[in-house]
Design a protein. Structure first.
Length: 338
């Protein structure tokens, strides 16, 4: 993708060449399939960064062609092993900076370490801020991400952050599957605002589950009760991340106890750490709908799992950034409310 001003003659007859603006899209190795889909949506060729490892495991990259003066976008989702994915992106950004790229945008469909966005107890790190600092130190000028765990993460950066949301993709799926009589459910108090946005878009009722995490017990969730009318209704649990699936499965159990006839779960990021798949298989959840912000190999795609693509949304945002137009306009401003 290229935008250029044609050459024109100055008063003295000399030719003044206008600046050329070039978009260069590169991908790390964590989720190349998504990057290729984004490139296809943009109508550009995915550049080659020649990422490889030395014998001791250190990462090296070298761009195939000159990117001097280019608007460079480095796509890398922070999937497991998250430290390797993150470090690889930092190295690619550093290489682009030293190759004189005009602007470097880190495209992180899933932003790693996002759940540690505050101190909930003494002597803990705030890793979401640390990752922001690392991206800045590497040379990123901008970040594009999808459904950050909390909006406050945007404040950890001293440069622009384009916060995208998978809401249009997930809501369109629900609209195509008859939302009549549906109840949108927040699995905990922290997701109420998100669930409320879905209920407004779909014109459905809202409920939420009171969740508690026992002190000192990692990856353990207790669903205490349900607020809202779910009896005899199809319920859709809305969350940003399904990791070990403890939250959505505990919520589903409570919804069925309160008379729900069917339970679906929807989330943007399918982390699906063990024992998530076993929990989902054994749960009363009949359908799990996620997006492809994270790679999901065929062997981990259980029958009740459906994967939707966010490639077009990310591509539209990249095009808006490149053309210096509004990103929030893509979502009608709703991405600012998450």
């Amino acid at each position: 993708m290229e935008s250029a001003r044609s050459a024109r003659a100055g008063e003295d007859g000399a030719m003044e060449l206008g600046p050329h603006k070039r978009l260069e899209l590169f991908s790390g190795r964590s989720h190349r399939a998504l990057a290729e889909e984004i490139a296809s949506c943009l109508g550009v060729t995915l550049g080659e960064a020649n990422v490889r490892e030395f014998a001791d495991g250190e990462v090296h990259c070298r761009f195939d062609s000159s990117i001097r003066g280019s608007d460079v976008f480095v796509v890398q989702t922070h999937c497991a092993p998250v430290n390797d994915s993150l470090m690889e992106q930092l190295i690619m950004i550093d290489a682009a900076k030293r190759a004189s790229a005009s602007r470097i945008t880190a495209v992180c469909p899933y932003y790693g370490y996002s759940r540690q966005d505050r101190k909930s107890a003494g002597r803990e790190p705030i890793t979401a801020k640390l990752v922001a600092d690392l991206l800045s130190a590497a040379g990123a000028d901008r970040v594009v991400s999808v459904d950050l765990h909390s909006g406050q993460i945007q404040g950890f950066f001293d440069f622009p952050v384009d916060h995208l949301t998978a809401t249009p993709v997930l809501a369109s799926y629900l609209e195509a599957n008859d939302p009549t009589g549906l109840v949108v459910v927040a699995p905990d108090a922290g997701r109420v605002k998100v669930a409320e946005r879905f209920s407004q878009i779909l014109g459905t009722d809202l409920a939420f589950v009171h969740k508690r995490r026992p002190a000192g017990a990692a990856n353990t969730v207790e669903a205490r009760g349900v607020i809202g009318d779910v009896a005899g209704r199809r319920c859709v649990i809305i969350d940003d991340i399904i990791d070990t699936a403890g939250t959505v499965c505990a919520a589903a159990d409570r919804l069925v106890e309160h008379g729900a006839t069917e339970v679906w779960a929807m989330a943007t990021h399918a982390v699906l750490s063990d024992p998530a798949l076993d929990r989902l298989k054994a749960s009363p959840i009949s359908r799990v709908v996620v997006t492809n912000t994270l790679p999901l190999p065929d062997e981990r795609r259980i029958d009740k799992l459906e994967v939707l693509s966010v490639a077009q949304i990310v591509a539209d945002a990249i095009a808006a950034v490149f053309q210096d137009t509004s990103v929030s306009k893509i979502f009608g401003g709703h991405n600012l409310l998450w």
